[in-house]
Design a protein around this ligand. Sequence first.
Ligand code: SF4
Length: 103
Amino acid sequence: MQTSRRYFLIVAASLASTAVLQTGARAVAPELSESDPTAQALGYKSDGANVDTAKYPKHQAGQVCSNCQFYQGKAGDTSGACTVFSGKLVSARGWCSAYMKKP
Ligand code: SF4
């Protein structure tokens, strides 16, 4: 009797913690991969230093997601949402050809 009650409590606690973890995981958007088809089409790099400047000559030093008008992250965040890549997080140091300087 005592054992089955203990077993029930352990299972209940385990299910509750799993539910909390799943809820937390759903709240965080995944990082945008450079291999994502849309990312590739726009020349996205998670590190702006790796942009193919021969292919994207408009890229200039200092242009990064964190100072792009489409970036939704806060100052100091390492990544944030981008209105161009809905549902994904882009790197604050990233860049893509849709870059537009924040006004
Ligand atoms: Fe970064 Fe701007 Fe391109 Fe979004 S649109 S990935 S914020 S450069």
